[in-house]
Design a binder for this molecule. Structure first.
Ligand code: PAF
Length: 295
């Protein structure tokens, strides 16, 4: 695995591979890798094929952290990450310092104006502007044919798909299903920061999502699914519920009444200082199912 810390070095590597006609698939990460990231790498490996090349990046992007957020304490272990990526069959790792990516007088940003302000964007103002800007920069530096992102960060995936569509960026965006612990907790680099009692309580997110899916299949309305889910989450004393939303699975527009199309249930819950997010796409009840009355 080639390790490139500068834009010039990764571009030179990519130039060679492109000249050889190879497909290039990117896996952008902020490091502290877990099995969820390895699923992204596996997806990239499968998509690239034997002749293609997989590039991973590790960059803890400062512009997507708010002033009171956990940038300084974000977990890092580059030696371990590098070994994991090498073992997973990554061909090149882009590992830049902050100064390589951002000049102090940079004044250009990328923002999905609507999507960046709702849901997590309301809890974390500026977060999706930071994500969209750094992903655009990485797409420009690496110019991959495709890039893999986890469905766990559902709104992030929607932001990136929208940005690619709106700006005609020639990169295929591939969503990869969430990887979970045996007790249902979605894998996240933040999980290691949970206190043991919070770690024990956190599977309540997945339990609430599974409950929502069953309710949707019974024809329960969006607002009642939401209140059932909120009640389940609030029954866990360690869970500080930040948001429970049901949105159209494609557009993230609000939905009401019995579900008429696939919807996504999005949760944001704090355990101590750690904000966990999770989601599940829930299908509407089959057409023959008697619909519950809208309250
Ligand atoms: O999902 C992440 O790890 C980050 O938001 C990303 C996409 C690598 C951008 O910094």
């Amino acid at each position: 695995m080639e390790i490139c810390t500068t834009k010039a070095a990764i571009r030179a590597q990519l130039r060679d591979w492109r000249a050889q006609g190879r497909r290039v698939v990117l896996v952008p990460t902020m490091g502290y890798l877990h099995a969820g990231h390895l699923a992204l790498v596996q997806c990239a490996r499968d998509d690239a094929g034997a002749e293609g090349r997989v590039v991973a990046s590790i960059f803890v992007n400062p512009t997507q952290f708010g002033p009171t957020e956990d940038l300084a304490t974000y977990p890092r272990d580059t030696a371990r990450d590098t070994a994991m990526l090498r073992a997973a069959g990554v061909d090149a790792l882009f590992l830049p310092e902050v100064a390589e990516i951002y000049t102090p007088d940079a004044q250009t940003v990328v923002e999905t104006t609507e999507l960046a302000r709702i849901l997590i964007g309301k809890l974390r103002p500026g977060h999706f502007r930071g994500v969209a800007t750094v992903v655009t920069k990485f797409f420009n530096i690496i110019q991959p044919d495709a890039a893999c992102f986890g469905e766990k960060d559902y709104q992030q995936l929607a932001v990136i798909r929208t940005m690619v569509r709106d700006l005609d960026i020639p990169v295929e965006v591939i969503g990869v299903p969430t990887v979970r612990e045996p007790d249902g907790l979605a894998l996240s680099s933040r999980n290691v920061r949970l206190a043991p009692e919070d770690r024990a309580a956190a599977p309540v997110l997945n339990a609430a999502l599974v409950q929502a899916e069953a309710l949707a299949q019974d024809g329960v309305t969006a607002s009642r699914i939401r209140s059932h889910v909120r009640a389940t989450l609030e029954s866990e004393p360690r869970a500080d519920v930040q948001s429970v939303d049901i949105r159209d699975a494609d557009t993230l527009a609000t939905v009401s009444g019995p579900l008429a199309a696939p919807a996504v249930l999005l949760l944001a819950v704090r355990f101590g200082a750690v904000l966990l997010i999770d989601n599940r796409v829930i299908a509407p009840a089959p057409p023959s199912h008697p619909k519950e009355e809208t309250p």
